[in-house]
Design a protein around this ligand. Structure first.
Ligand code: ADP
Ligand code: TYD
Length: 207
């Protein structure tokens, strides 16, 4: 492995993304890479608006939410302070907790999937991940983890919705499998085993 990479981690809420990003970062760093981790929704003003909607402080239609994510993502890629393109140009391997596949899966529960994909086409043209890692988990397990760890749940965090989102992830991976690099990981396992699977397969795919 030589150059720096852009990797997106995907999965339903509570699938273990944050846990695995920390471990993946450590594995890259052991090999001498400098790593920058980031996330969507971002902590920009656009991201804050999205979080206000998720915590029911502001009401918005699903189409509006999908469009806010389009803007948040473009800002995430392009902003000149700490945008992903800037970090890549500085030589960082960038790992993001969620990218456009999250939009494809979460918003196509409510609006047409092709519209969601088309509305994100600018991001896909600007910056396609070297690898999308999807952590697959039974929604019943992820709901148990979410409920154990927090007092309140967000807009999309119901069992019924997460089951639909998981189905949409599987649908869109099938749809885009020829133009995107996707690593499918079984997330219903102990943390260490998932981490090893991710690292060994990541090295094989991008190494
Ligand atoms: P996400 O970032 O996808 O929401 P987290 O990494 O925050 O997920 O994990 C959600 C919760 O599940 C946390 O409390 C975390 O400690 C726990 N967790 C993560 N991975 C595992 C695992 N493989 N087995 C059991 N619990 C896990
Ligand atoms: P996140 O903070 O990553 O939640 P979690 O750590 O529980 O997975 O994401 C917040 C919510 O935003 C999550 O329910 C998924 C949703 N989301 C979308 O609906 N569309 C998107 O494009 C993205 C990036 C996230």
């Amino acid at each position: 492995m030589k150059k720096n990479f852009f990797i997106a981690i995907e999965g339903i809420d509570g699938s273990g993304k944050s846990t695995q990003i920390k471990l993946l970062k450590e594995n890259f760093e052991k090999e001498g890479y400098k790593v920058y981790t980031t996330f969507e929704p971002t902590d920009s003003e656009i991201g804050k608006m999205i979080r206000n909607i998720f915590s029911n402080k502001m009401e918005a239609d699903h189409k509006t939410i999908a469009a806010l994510f389009v803007a948040d993502r473009l800002h995430h890629i392009l902003n000149t302070q700490d945008g992903i393109l800037k970090k890549l140009a500085e030589g960082y391997t960038v790992i993001t907790d969620r990218y456009y596949f999250s939009s494809y899966a979460y918003h196509s529960v409510h609006v047409d999937m092709d519209w969601v994909i088309a509305s994100n086409s600018q991001s896909a043209q600007l910056l396609k991940p070297d690898l999308n890692i999807y952590i697959d988990i039974d929604p019943e397990i992820s709901m148990k983890r979410i409920n154990a760890g927090r007092e309140s749940t967000e807009l999309y965090e119901t069992l019924e919705n997460l089951q639909k989102v998981r189905a949409k992830y599987l649908e869109v991976f099938e749809k885009l499998k020829n133009i995107e690099k996707i690593l499918f990981i079984d997330g219903n396992m102990p943390t260490e085993i998932i981490s090893r699977n991710i690292w060994e397969n990541t090295k094989k795919i991008i190494g």
